[in-house]
Design a protein around this ligand. Structure first.
Ligand SMILES: Cc1cc2nc3c(=O)[nH]c(=O)nc-3n(C[C@H](O)[C@H](O)[C@H](O)COP(=O)(O)O)c2cc1C
Length: 207
């Protein structure tokens, strides 16, 4: 079965900017690809466990040596990896939190990258699928802004998905979402709206 894997991160439900933009992507995608299933991995609903000692132990020891608890944790990891490996296209929606991804998304990435299985740079342990990341943030870190250089999300995610094997990673950003309600950012509402419109345009041409 051919599927697009949609990894969603924001816990903000209908109020989430990144989820709403991803829904635009999916509406368009479903119209253009009626035969492709969409599999959603919603990290806000089902938290991904951090790599703990048992998971790491299980990852580097023969299955016959696994305790029941190790086996259970290893299965969680391998299910995530196989779901990612099998996708023909990948869509991600995420907020920026503290200049990077929310920790649940980092936990997911840590589960996925498993040298010898996925993300070690070899063709057999890669998924070369197209990846679109839709990210939302409160501020702006664009060149010339006071906080230029504080963005540890976009470059990081580009590296992660390239290392997982993608030859086509695109980050679509909606910035300045704090404008309009955070004191001191009133004059940036126009720029926020322009960024949102730009993101919607980029989504349309990406699908
Ligand atoms: C815990 C937390 C941390 C945040 N950290 C940042 C940040 O470092 N930089 C930024 O520009 N916005 C930050 N924001 C604002 C969000 O990125 C912004 O509201 C964005 O729209 C959230 O995406 P969502 O609407 O899809 O949930 C933070 C918000 C929260 C709740």
């Amino acid at each position: 079965m051919s599927y697009l894997l949609y990894v969603s991160v924001s816990p903000q439900g209908d109020r989430s900017v990144s989820r709403n933009l991803a829904n635009d992507f999916l509406d368009e995608y479903r119209t253009k690809n009626p035969d492709t299933k969409v599999v959603e991995r919603d990290l806000a609903v089902k938290l991904v466990p951090h790599l703990d000692g048992e998971t790491l132990g299980a990852s580097y020891s023969p299955v016959e040596n696994h305790t029941p608890s190790m086996a259970e944790k290893f299965k969680v990891r391998m299910d995530l990896i196989n779901e990612f490996k099998g996708a023909k296209e990948i869509l991600v929606s995420t907020p920026m939190w503290n200049w990077n991804v929310p920790s649940v998304f980092k936990a997911y990435i840590d589960q996925l990258i498993f040298p010898g299985v996925l993300g070690d740079g070899t063709p057999e342990n890669s998924n070369s699928a197209k990846v679109t990341v839709i990210a939302a943030q409160g501020g702006s870190y664009a060149p010339g802004t006071p906080r230029e250089g504080w963005d540890w999300l976009t470059g990081y995610l580009k590296q992660v998905f390239t290392q997982l094997g993608s030859k086509d990673v695109k980050i679509i950003l909606s910035e300045l979402n704090y404008a309009g309600w955070k004191p001191g950012m009133e004059n940036l509402v126009g720029k926020k709206e322009a960024s949102l419109a730009e993101a919607k345009k980029a989504i349309k041409s990406r699908v």
